[in-house]
Design a protein around this ligand. Sequence first.
Ligand code: GTP
Ligand code: ZN
Length: 373
Amino acid sequence: MDAAIRPRAADHGVCKLSADSPPSPARRVAQAVDALRHGWPLRIGDAPLLLPVETAAAPGATSARLLISAARAATLKLANQREAADGHSPVLVEAGEPQNLAQALAVADPSLDLVSPLKGPFAARALAFAVEAEAALELARIAGVLPAFLVEPAEAGEAVMLEAQDLAHWADPAHLAIATRARLPVAASEEAEIVAFRKPDDTREHMALVIGNPDYGRAPLVRLHSECLTGDIFASLKCDCGPQLQAALALMAAEAAAGGWGVLLYLRQEGRGIGLVNKLRAYRLQDEGFDTVDANARLGLPVEARDFATAARMLELLGVEAVRLLTNNPAKVEALAAAGVRVAERVAHQLPANPHNARYLATKRDRSGHLLG
Ligand SMILES: Nc1nc2c(ncn2[C@@H]2O[C@H](COP(=O)(O)OP(=O)(O)OP(=O)(O)O)[C@@H](O)[C@H]2O)c(=O)[nH]1
Ligand SMILES: [Zn+2]
């Protein structure tokens, strides 16, 4: 067996389901994320039961209380200034009468504001379960659903149980391992190998493309590419992802031809970590005039939720200690350095703008700190 393909250790967050061995924290998070995608409710610690508004598989569920983001509450004129400063923080609101799922969805989804009128009035209420509520919104982000829940609704169905602290165990990149690797000639280079990574409690499969012959004494040209289905597959003009991906592969191929090598990490964190469907909701808001930063914020989602520690762990598993990093984003350099990867050089990676992505690139430069000319 290839030495780099490590057998999975027995304790990697997977344990037997039996009365004397309860699910591990990482497993409980995996089950909670799965529950949110299926529309099943969560019971986090002692907090009230929370049913995800977007996906709820409980047609008869109603509740007058909703857990939403501070950003959304601010749009409803409900959040105080301190809460609104962190739009991702949770706010408990109460409607004048119980809301069914269709009514709750209008409260939850800002990208529907122009098509579904809101049924008020709503009032903000003191939140007695802030830690659990924060965990619920973070789980919604991970699951790629709207950060909004009906609180303790009737007819919600059986809940999946977890603790707010479980999230820290799930996020640990140490659980990542190489699942397999294979030769993969690609258009940019015939000398390429694909390496697949898996984590037992996370179904996302990150990939690396290694171009040229690894020379561990020499820092490879490295690109951290975050998944962008619209840009990578459909060649969307709204962002610069597709051209950046192709240009990175071409640069690595040239590097390999000159005796060096390159590593492209394909990270499954769509939309800077908010998921494809929420990114498309952000696109709807962008069509209403919000820029890429404000659109995420208005959805009650972080502007940047990517996990670059996972990228560092992938490099570690590939035996890469130092990199020449293709990026315009200083935050990527800092995140890799913080995770123990030496960034020997930052190599600018700016591609020509087009009429559809010019504002997006200007926003990256002006609001997200990207080094773009
Ligand atoms: N939420 C959101 N995500 C977007 C938008 N446009 C692109 N993305 C996502 O942004 C990610 C691409 O970012 P990167 O190419 O790594 O760019 P970067 O971090 O800005 O920096 P560079 O390394 O300089 O390219 C992908 O996951 C895209 O899906 C948008 O308008 N909204
Ligand atoms: Zn893109």
